[in-house]
Design a protein around this ligand. Structure first.
Ligand code: FPP
Length: 253
């Protein structure tokens, strides 16, 4: 896309209606690589570069939370070599990118079963979280070893335990009490995505944020993740801004 077209895209965005929370299912790395007769891991490597570009683009646009589905609880089923490569990616990514994150005031958070990850991955994540803890801009929230059904079951267990300990009456269980037990709770008022994007043309949710996307706008784009760019994100945000969110009610305008 040339400079003029890029500029046109930016000016089309309504700065007052940028989705606060954008969540992305980054799909198509393998097919991107296959198309080029490259090993699948080459697609993941390129996908990591996309993460950098899209993070800066989202932060520049004023997105408050960008949640990226980097590794699901089901991804362990992939060949050992691929899993091992995916586990090393956060080490490479944060090792290289934390200074840029700090420069852009971006704070790293994670959701998922982090203690099941290899020690080096855990350390890379913990270091990035600590190094960016004082950043006050966009939250870059990685879903790592994350699965939504597991998250919901875990929340149910926590609520059940509170009831058993007489800390909570069954009648007092409501959406707020329950949301508070989910892994997205630290995101506070931005826990629910406004816009969920899945790349690569697949139209599935794949166990991602099942509770949180109850009223999200869904966007399925054909682009493979390594080809996704800041401009693709801008185009999706413009599309989002053309939609009418009613949250089950009626149009107010
Ligand atoms: C899905 O594509 C992608 C993944 C399972 C991994 C996503 C990871 C990245 C984009 C890099 C993450 C970067 C950091 C910093 C952690 P696929 O392999 O399922 O693609 P396919 O459907 O074409 O096979």
């Amino acid at each position: 896309m040339d400079r003029e077209n890029k500029q046109q895209l930016v000016t089309k965005i309504d700065k007052d209606n940028v989705p606060n929370h954008v969540a992305i299912i980054m799909d198509g790395n393998g097919r991107w690589a296959q198309k080029r007769h490259l090993p699948r891991i080459a697609g993941h490597k390129e996908g990591m570069q996309t993460v950098k570009r899209v993070t800066i683009a989202a932060s520049d646009l004023g997105v408050k939370v960008l949640t990226l589905y980097a590794f699901s609880t089901e991804n362990w089923k992939r060949p050992d070599k691929e899993v091992s490569f995916l586990m090393k990616l956060p080490v490479t990514f944060f090792g290289d990118f934390v200074p840029d994150l700090i420069k852009n005031n971006v704070k790293v958070q994670v959701m998922g079963l982090i203690d099941q990850l290899p020690k080096a991955t855990q350390k890379a994540v913990a270091d990035a979280v600590a190094q960016t803890a004082n950043c006050t801009g966009m939250i870059l929230n990685f879903a790592l070893n994350y699965g939504s059904r597991m998250e919901i079951i875990d929340a149910v267990k926590q609520v059940a335990s509170m009831v058993k300990q007489d800390e909570l009456a069954i009648g007092d269980i409501d959406e707020t009490v329950f949301s508070d037990k989910l892994m997205s709770a630290p995101l506070g008022e931005y826990a629910d995505p406004d816009l969920l994007i899945r790349t690569s043309g697949e139209e599935r949710i794949s166990n991602f944020l099942l509770w949180q996307i109850a009223y999200s706008e869904l966007a399925f784009v054909d682009t493979y993740w390594p080809d996704f760019s800041g401009e693709t994100l801008q185009a999706e945000i413009i599309e989002y801004q053309g939609r009418h969110r009613r949250f089950g009610g009626l149009e107010t305008e």
